[in-house]
Design a protein around this ligand. Structure first.
Ligand code: TXE
Length: 494
């Protein structure tokens, strides 16, 4: 039996029902299995959560298939579907304190950021995507084939979609995928990360409360190698959208080959953040600091390679070090904490391994310390005297760790910034309009921020070039990935 264990903070929310959500019901896993979820601020057990395995995933896919084919969602009038999706956005906002608290307990991130950032961002997805439910149009097409034809396209829901979500923004990234999938009329099996399953389960409950029919949104927490693999290989799943590591993305590509599933992959990053000599340095330094340290650096878009023009290099290093030292690292429920613990023991080991490596590869300008026991804390760390070949500069660390490298001219920094297997995001800081446009054109990244960093909006497409993935999330463009386009050609005369 899956049960919540303890809520360690007086002001933390109750953890609630930790069973699977299948076909509108809360159910134990078929084999009765559970897994432990830990509070990263203390390392203590937080909850025991029902563990979906292949049999449970199959049950969830069957429920989603029934819900799709029987049509209560797909065939609902678009305006009605829009109202229900909007309502779900409202319910997220109404429950922001609870959802934010669950995210802090589960992931460790500061409560104020979770409640004031993650939850409104997730709600924004439902509000924005609800508008698309009424706008999924096709077009009429004049064709040149001999005869007279009425030819048009229409857009239809894909069917059952499997959504696999990571632990860094558990609710927000779930919303990136669930909201457009719903707007297009699909039914869903959502697998949250085994590290942070709590807000996805609550999202499923709120979806029912909003009026989304039973079986349309099923939630199956479980491990990647078991539940995740079963979902990606399932012959009755039409599409998988995945956010996570590039390594797992490759595994999913292979698993999806059986029934040629459609795939969206949002994978890793090692994003350059480039500060030119003419930049507003105060804004650039603060922006670059937030760009790497927000969310403990556990962000695929983190600006983890800072290139500073040699004329301002020393000032950037000094300013960034000062900004890093001013950051309070601590329990997410402490309102002064800007950085909470890393998400798990395993991830702490990975990040601190890179902190130790960076010490050998370069110089620590700031930070470089970490907790050895208790919570999984790491201080914001700035490395200098590293090279483009250093592993800390090339590999995704996914923690509050940044390298600062000098550059001399624009073409050089373009080449170096693009010299990576990733291509998710990039930042540019300059007061020159022509430098801004030149860089925006030249950087091989799905998003380029100029004089800002980490601006996300439900209306802005997000995704990667190169090994950062396939497809885009958010924006109107994402609806293409959750619909089929059907061409209809009717002969109306000779
Ligand atoms: O990711 P995984 P992990 C990067 C980051 C991090 C590293 C490893 O560098 O340190 O990845 O993190 C599910 N079939 N990112 O191990 O394995 C898994 O259960 C189907 C970048 O946590 O990619 C979870 O739900 N699913 C990133 C999800 O995939 C599988 C966010 C992510 O886990 C599976 C997170 C399988 N075979 C980590 N194996 C980003 N792009 O934002 C695992 N999963």
């Amino acid at each position: 039996m899956s049960t919540p264990v303890v809520s360690p903070h007086a002001d933390a929310p109750a953890i609630g029902d930790t069973r699977l959500l299948i076909d509108g019901d809360r159910v134990d896993a078929a084999e009765g299995a559970t897994f432990d979820v830990f509070n990263p601020a203390t390392g203590e057990l937080l909850a025991k959560v029902a563990e979906a395995r292949a049999e449970d995933v199959d049950r969830a896919v069957k429920a989603a298939r029934r819900a799709f084919e029987s049509g209560p969602w797909r065939d609902m009038k678009p305006a009605e579907r829009a109202r229900v999706i909007w309502k779900l956005g409202d319910l997220l906002l109404e429950n922001a304190a609870e959802l934010g608290g669950l995210e802090t307990l589960d992931n460790g991130k500061p409560f104020l950021q979770a409640k004031g950032g993650d939850v409104p961002a997730a709600a924004g997805l439902f509000h924005y995507m609800s508008g698309w439910a009424t706008k999924l149009e096709g077009s009429t097409i004049p064709i040149s084939f001999p005869g007279t034809f009425h030819t048009y396209t229409k857009r239809e829901a894909l069917g059952v979609v499997g959504l696999i979500v990571p632990w860094n923004f558990p609710l927000t990234i779930a919303a990136w995928k669930v909201a457009p999938a719903l707007a297009a009329g699909n039914t869903i099996v959502l697998k949250p990360s085994e590290v942070t399953p709590l807000t996805a389960l609550r999202l499923g409950e709120l979806a029912l409360e909003a009026g989304i029919p039973e079986g349309v949104l099923n939630v199956v927490p479980g491990f990647g190698a078991d539940a995740g693999a079963a979902l990606t290989a399932h012959p009755d799943v039409d599409k998988v959208s995945f956010t996570g590591s590039t390594t797992t993305g490759r595994t999913i590509m292979r698993a999806a080959e059986g029934n040629i599933k459609k795939l969206t992959l949002e994978l890793g990053g090692k994003s350059p953040d480039i500060i030119f000599g003419d930049a507003n340095l105060e804004a650039a330094i603060q922006g670059a600091s937030d760009g790497i340290f927000y969310n403990q650096g556990e962000a695929c878009a983190a600006g983890s390679r800072i290139y500073a023009h040699r004329s301002v290099y020393d000032e950037v290093v000094a300013g960034l070090s000062k900004a890093a030292e001013a950051i309070k690292v601590g329990d997410g429920f402490d309102p002064d904490s800007f950085i909470g613990p890393l998400v798990s023991k395993q991830h702490h080991e990975k990040v601190t391994g890179y902190v130790d490596l960076g010490r050998e590869e370069g110089t620590v300008a700031s930070g470089g310390t970490y907790a050895k026991d208790g919570g999984y804390f790491v201080t914001p760390t700035v490395f200098t005297n590293v090279t483009d070949e250093s592993r800390v500069v090339r590999e995704e660390i996914f923690g509050p760790v940044v390298s600062v490298l000098p550059f001399d001219d624009t073409d050089e920094v373009i080449r170096r910034a693009n010299d990576t297997r990733y291509g998710l995001t990039a930042g540019v800081w300059t007061e020159s309009m022509s430098t801004a446009h030149k860089m925006a054109d030249a950087l091989k990244a799905g998003t380029v921020w100029v004089n800002c960093y980490g601006v996300f909006d439900a209306a802005m497409p997000f995704g990667g070039y190169k090994e950062s993935g396939w497809g885009r999330e958010m924006g109107g463009i994402v609806l293409d990935d959750y619909t089929e386009s059907k061409t209809v050609c009717i002969k109306v005369g000779d």
